[in-house]
Design a binder for this molecule. Sequence first.
Ligand code: Z5A
Length: 212
Amino acid sequence: MQRGKFITLEGGEGAGKSTNVAWLADYLREQGKDVLVTREPGGTEVSEAIRNVLLSPELPAMHPDTELLLMFAARNEHLRKKILPALEQGMWVICDRFTDATYAYQGYGRNIPLQRIAELEQWVQGDLRPDYVILFDLDVTTGMARAQARGRADRFEQEHAAFFERIRNGYQQRAQQVPSRYPIVDAAQPLGPVRMQLQQIINRILTGMGQE
Ligand code: Z5A
């Protein structure tokens, strides 16, 4: 059985990942792929419970390392119980956020050394990395306005613009290192053009031209 592809969606606040994830999965199904949609932090019962702790605005602030360890604890459970079995069955896994979010938010956002994140990544994931990371790039002002229009803010959404600027910069730096693995969507465009960009990206991946 050929292993499925592992595609993650990344980006800052309000960039449009959640709005497009189901559409993307439907498009892949139309192309004959068996698709699993999931998200981080979360994706399993235990990981969703950890997510509640991570996002709760009712809890007091936690130490950045605690936040980092909880992200990887949730990821370990998610990976072993859900992502790896699906990939081994040949499914294509679409995950709304994964370890690039840890580099962006805990690394660039909270200033945790990137090397510490890389050590945890290696420990939890071994050699597993997403085949493609689709980056929804959006200016911080528009992203925050979109997120605020949605209502009550979680613990991350209560952060200030400077935090989200560091995150955007972090994602851009990671994408620049391996552009062929990080197709970028201009997320400032209206929904129709955003989906056209996504369709082009997926078509390139399907025809095996996504990687150099
Ligand atoms: N986090 C972390 O710190 N470290 C990690 O390792 C991981 C995660 C894995 C998860 O929150 C938080 O965990 C996240 C990072 C952190 N925190 N933040 N911020 P989440 O899952 O609840 O939220 P999110 O991933 O950040 O999603 P989001 O803010 O909801 O962004 P989005 O999914 O990209 O946006 P959206 O919900 O699709 O769209 C936002 C609004 O904009 C919505 O009303 C849409 O209708 C609208 N929208 C979407 N696209 C458009 C376009 N093209 N034009 C106009 N309006 C649009």
